[in-house]
Structure formats: structure tokens, C-alpha cells
Design a protein around this ligand. Structure first.
Ligand code: HEC
Length: 443
């Protein structure tokens, strides 16, 4: 007896479920198609063919032609269905750009119309594009209010002085000092390319450039003294001190640069203690701190003061120590000899030979000391990777792995895939986003 009741009940439940699922639900099945493929052109703003499809009322009203667009219960008379089911090469097919709707989507829309074109009252559609833009705007973090200042004579003179290369070299070795964009007084200054020639005294003129907004001091000989000259440049939003000897004490000089949004401390001597100088930089959202003394712990501590900050600590790089160059020990080689000598040195240095000869990021020649090695367990896995690096790269969690990324087994140190780079910057870029650059790794 009990059994019979149970069976009747379950059949009843099944029938109800089946019925509810059968009918096309607008919100679940139609809205996303219209928003992704129609409303961009048939929305509130400049609707194509004067047809708006963002509300039920507008859709029922139709467009510029006589043809009814939506006749609830009658798909065959509805312009929507007629246009979406035209042959792909027809002039009037909708959507008028991109792929035609899929068979499934067309069938769903047909069914929806034939079932009466239910559309929840008052529901207004927003194109997928606008929806994404609105979402991005809502997620956007506040930005500092930077006011462009009138360009003073001192500022003009400072820009001219820097651009002349005075004190650094000639004009050809001058740093780049230019407007950040058209129609702005904000200034971008880049010393990276003249890096090693730049010392603290060379950047004194920066103090007069009130509109200085982005500054790249990477690779320079800048120290705490130099940072002292820019501590008043409060319009700075972006600063790179990468590859400099900047340390915790030096960082203290710039603690007043509270409009900074991005700071690069890659390969500096800064440690967790130095991060205390950053805690009032409430717009600082990007901090590059890998190859520095900053640890996860320090980053977590800083995040308490600056919850939106993204601290990039990169991967721990397996350092490949180059062999000492023989050149230096040997007495000056005769002019005719350097060639074979050089070759020998190169070979010694490059115990690991990289797969590629050109840096996949810059295209320049590979420096045998800048390598990214991926270890495998056996020739098969190494072979699989070599055939299709892009397919497997997502499994690479940084260089110097100790489990095979393909099999998961322990590695055999002699089965390596080594990628060479021209410099630490490119190696760093690759390490940050291997998947982005892997396609460029060519023999
Ligand atoms: C890239 C823009 C674009 C997209 C996307 C687009 N349309 Fe159109 N649609 C047009 C233009 C333009 C017209 C005006 C007629 C013409 O010039 O071909 C039109 C006309 C129409 C008409 C006829 C209006 C009338 O006056 O009778 C219908 C119905 C229609 N579209 C339905 C759709 C549907 C349904 C979708 C989504 C599946 C869609 N359209 C997507 C551009 C677009």
C-alpha cells in the first residue's frame, strides 16, 4: 500500500516538473540572447531600423517598416523570428553582424513566441556591452585627483635641461621627458634607457617639474639622496625604481607621494620593514616587489592598511650562476685572438643551453645567464611540452619546478626545457605571465 502511494506521488511530482521546465523562461533563455546579440543595435540609443527591443512594449511597437516584429503566439508572423532564421548570407539576416544565432537559439526564440512571448512586466534589457561597462565602472577603484598646474618657467627650464642630456651625456643619451598624452600638461619622464649613467645629481631638475606624473628611474644609480629630490612631486602616480639599490631607508623619502597608484620595487633592497613608508598611499593599487626582500608576510601586513593593493611577488627564480669569465683573469689577449676565446667563455657560461636564440619578449639575443628552466621527469614529457608549449604552459608554476608539470612525477634534472632571455626585465615579464609570451618562444 505504502509503495503505491509513493509511486503516485513521484509520478505527480515528475509531471509538474516536466511542465514547468517545458515552457521557455524569458529571463533564463531569451534575455541573454537579446542582450548579447540584439540590444546593442536595438536599444534606447539610436536604435537601428528605429526598432527598440529593450522593453516588451517597444518590441511590440516594431520598427520603421510595416512588418510586425513580435506577434505573441505566432512566430511565423513575427519579424524577429523571420529575420533570425534567414539564410546566413541573406542581406536582412539578424543579427546583421557576427555569426547567425545557433539553431538552438532560433528554436528557443520560436518556441518562446509561440508560447505567447512572456516577458516579465517592466523588465528592461541592457546590452551585454553596456552591462559589462557598468559593472567595470562600479568596480573601478577611486583615483587620485590630480590637478594640472600652469607650466612655470622653472618647469620649462627643467624639462629643457633634462632633454639636453646635460650632466648625463649628450643629447642622444638624454632621458625621455614628454607630455603624458596630447592635451595634457602632465609629464612622463623615463631614465630607464640611460639607466647606468644617471646618478642622484642628474635628477635634481625633476623637483621643478610640478606636473610630473609618471617617472621611470629603473636601472639608474639612484639612492635615498636622489629620492629626496622628488619627494615634493606629489602629482606622481606611477614610479619605477626597479633594478636600483633603493632600500628601506631610501623609501622613507617618498612616503609623502600619496597619489602613487603604481610603484615598482622589482630587484631592489627593500624589505618588509620598508613597506611601512607606503601605508598612507591610499591609491597604491599595484606594487611590484619581486626579487626584493619583501615577503608574503610583509605584503599581507601592507594589505591591512591598503586593502585594494595588489602586491606582485612573482616567483622565486632559480638563479643560474654564470661561471666566472676567464677573460678577466687572462692577460690582455692579442687582437687576433679574442674570437675563439670568447666562444670558449660563452660555452662555459652556458652550462644550460636555451632552446631559443632570440629573447621571446624583446627579440634580442639571449643572455646565457637569463634563463627560465622547466624540469620534466622523462624525455616523453619533455617532448610533449616541446611540441606544444602553449598547451601545457598553464601548469608551469614558475621556473625550477621539482615535479614534472605533465606527469606530476619527480623530475629528472637532465630533462629540461630552457628558455633564454636577453635581460632580467624580459625574464621577469615572462615569469609573471608565461602564457602571454610562450607562443613567441621559437628555436
Ligand atoms: C549590428 C547591428 C544590429 C544587430 C546586432 C541586430 N540588428 Fe536588427 N536591424 C539592424 C538594422 C540596421 C536594421 C534596419 C534594417 C536594415 O537596414 O537592414 C535592423 C532591422 C531589424 C528588424 C526589422 C525592423 C522593422 O522595421 O521591421 C528586425 C525584426 C530586427 N532587426 C531584429 C533583430 C534581432 C532579433 C536581432 C538580434 C537577434 C537584431 N536585429 C540584431 C541592425 C542590427
Amino acid at each position: 500500500m505504502r509503495k503505491t502511494i509513493a509511486i503516485i506521488l513521484s509520478v505527480g511530482a515528475f509531471a509538474l516538473d516536466g511542465w514547468a521546465e517545458d515552457k521557455v523562461d524569458f529571463v533564463k533563455s531569451i534575455q541573454s540572447i537579446f542582450e548579447a546579440r540584439c540590444v546593442e543595435c536595438h536599444g534606447l540609443k539610436k536604435p537601428k531600423g528605429e526598432l527598440r527591443m529593450d522593453t516588451l512594449e517597444a518590441t511590440l511597437k516594431g520598427g520603421e517598416s510595416e512588418e510586425p516584429v513580435l506577434v505573441p503566439g505566432k512566430s511565423a508572423e513575427s519579424g524577429i523570428y523571420k529575420h533570425i532564421s534567414l539564410p546566413a548570407d541573406h542581406d536582412d539576416i539578424m543579427p546583421s553582424k557576427g555569426d547567425p544565432l545557433t539553431k538552438e537559439q532560433i528554436e528557443t526564440i520560436k518556441k518562446w513566441i509561440d508560447e505567447g512571448a512572456n516577458w516579465p512586466e517592466g523588465l528592461v534589457l541592457i546590452s551585454a556591452k553596456d552591462r559589462a561597462a557598468a559593472k567595470a565602472a562600479a568596480n573601478r577603484l577611486p583615483e587620485p585627483k590630480i590637478k594640472e598646474a600652469p607650466v612655470s618657467d622653472a618647469e620649462k627650464a627643467a624639462i629643457a635641461k633634462l632633454s639636453s642630456g646635460e650632466g648625463i651625456g649628450d643629447k642622444s643619451s638624454a632621458p625621455l621627458v614628454m607630455a603624458l598624452a596630447q592635451n595634457t600638461k602632465l609629464i612622463y619622464a623615463n631614465f630607464r634607457l640611460v639607466g647606468k649613467n644617471v646618478n642622484d645629481d642628474n635628477i635634481v631638475p625633476l623637483a621643478d617639474i610640478t606636473n610630473l606624473s609618471e617617472l621611470d628611474l629603473a636601472n639608474t644609480k639612484i639612492t635615498a639622496k636622489g629620492l629626496g629630490y622628488i619627494k615634493g612631486n606629489t602629482n606622481l602616480t606611477k614610479l619605477s625604481l626597479a633594478n636600483t639599490s633603493v632600500d628601506d631607508a631610501a623609501l622613507k623619502q617618498i612616503e609623502g607621494l600619496t597619489n602613487l597608484m603604481s610603484l615598482n620595487l622589482y630587484n631592489t633592497k627593500v624589505t618588509d620593514a620598508g613597506l611601512a613608508s607606503l601605508k598612507d598611499m591610499k591609491f597604491l593599487y599595484k606594487l611590484y616587489a619581486w626579487q626584493s626582500g619583501v615577503t608574503e608576510k610583509g605584503a599581507a601586513e601592507l594589505k591591512k592598511a591598503l586593502p585594494n593593493i595588489d602586491v606582485n611577488l612573482g616567483f622565486k627564480l632559480a638563479k643560474v650562476e654564470p661561471k666566472k669569465e676567464e677573460k678577466k683573469e687572462a692577460p690582455k689577449p692579442k687582437k687576433e685572438e679574442p674570437k675563439p676565446e670568447k666562444k670558449k667563455v660563452k660555452k662555459e657560461e652556458a652550462k644550460q643551453v636555451s632552446f631559443n636564440k632570440k629573447c621571446p619578449v624583446s627579440g634580442k639575443a639571449v643572455d646565457p645567464a637569463k634563463l627560465f628552466a622547466i624540469n620534466f621527469c622523462c624525455d616523453n614529457c619533455l617532448g610533449d611540452f616541446t611540441k606544444e608549449p602553449a598547451k601545457h604552459i598553464a601548469k608551469i608554476k614558475g621556473p625550477g619546478n621539482n615535479k614534472c608539470p605533465i606527469s606530476g612525477k619527480d623530475i629528472d634534472a637532465s630533462k629540461k626545457f630552457v628558455i633564454g632571455f636577453c635581460c632580467d626585465n624580459c625574464l621577469g615579464d615572462f615569469t609573471k605571465e608565461p602564457a602571454k609570451h610562450i607562443a613567441k618562444v621559437k628555436k
